[in-house]
Design a protein around this ligand. Sequence first.
Ligand code: KIV
Ligand code: ZN
Length: 516
Amino acid sequence: MAETDHLYIFDTTLRDGEQSPGASMSREEKVRIAKGLERLRVDVFEAGFPAASEGDFDSVRTVAESVKDSRVCALARTRQADIQAAGEALAGAEAGRIHTFIATSPIHMENKLHMAPEQVVETAVQAVGQARQLCDDVEFSAEDAGRSDQDFLCRIIEAAIDAGARTINIPDTVGYNLPEQFSGLIRSLCERIPNSDKAVFSVHCHNDLGVAVANSLAAVQAGARQVECTVNGLGERAGNAALEEVVMAVKTRQDCFPCSTQVNAREIVPASKLVANITGFHVQPNKAIVGVNAFAHESGIHQDGVLKHRETYEIMRAEDVGWNTNRMVLGKHSGRNAFRARLEELDIHLESEEQLNEAFARFKTLADKKHEIFDEDLQALVTEAGAALENERIKLLSLHVCSETGEQPEATVSLLVDGEERRAVAPGSGSVDAALMAVDSVVQSGTELLLYSVNNITSGTDSQGEVTVRLERGGRIANGQGADVDIVIASAKAYVAALNKILASQDRRHPQAADV
Ligand code: KIV
Ligand code: ZN
């Protein structure tokens, strides 16, 4: 294994993170997250799986062209067409990486691949060789390594390194391993594989048993020098190792790790909020580092201790991970320039004047209702404005809801559908239900509501409520977000945004769901 004190952080929020059911993101949303990852200074991030669909290809290509400071990676099965697509999607990247994978556990080889181990080795070698023709930087993953035979892993990894792979990833695909066992595996592979010093060993842990971060950290102590992780621990099933936890554990406990990362920790909370805002996967309050309570001291004894000497109860400083660093507020007297400047400071670059106009108009409407506009409000507003411009076939023109104690609420909605104004009235069990029913009685969408959640963007009763609605139709899932100081209006906006995405969504497949 290459001896280095640099720990590479490989983010896969845009690929494995997107595999969380319901976390699908549009191309523009992916670019915004990619920019956030660049600000975080992750070494590499996986932008997607170009062979999965035209939409995925297009997203990876656009992201690759938009990013300068992080290496952009594209995932590919060992199929020729996948690797070709990955190479093409990365053509415009400043620095690219092709990541190819094949399963190595007996259960996967027998039941999924229907391949003998020897064929799997040959296929891996061919794929790495083909990828090296297209890109200097190639990563090979032995899928389900955590349940693979160690002798076989040694064979296939040695062959992949010989074929030109410079990063070898050991995924615990199903989250089955425990820390001691997993670090033992990494140590043993590094020691036994004769050419292991020619590659960086990487780990990719899933959180099915709640130990993805513990496994990743144990692997680093055993010699791994790349950790694959996601913002907020997003990812397939129970998720992946959380980037913020891995980074802060290594930074806070330098006494236990012989390496460090280049991540700009002050960008952790902004990145977390950005991902939560775009995916609609809100962070639990007690989540380490990025939960709203992560640095809150409720008990009197703790408060007293922290006031006397901060380190009595705090091992990290909230501001060091980006809490409360961006509190500058805008208000109704703020002009277009101040608005644009604040967006730029937040590194939100709207691509066209049209986008800026749309966002500024929304800002003015909000500023009339809400005294102070915080950065979080701006993030929500830009998400909404972007979604509206991207695929707005349905537009909410007005909503009127009657709600009275003892009476059934009723909503009257007016929508612009493909340019034609339509109106409907519907009752509901509550105001939100009535508003959504009224919208649906116009659109007749045939969708199923998978999730409805409300989150206050900032604190106070004048805070905007941010609503996420997740809809499903014919296997397609889309999230819509809406924000407003009135949560019934926010709900209707979120519902309309999700409907617009369902109407515009393209077929997408996930790599592990696809046949190999
Ligand atoms: O979990 C997994 O094995 C993966 C691979 C594609 C690296 O996501
Ligand atoms: Zn994974």
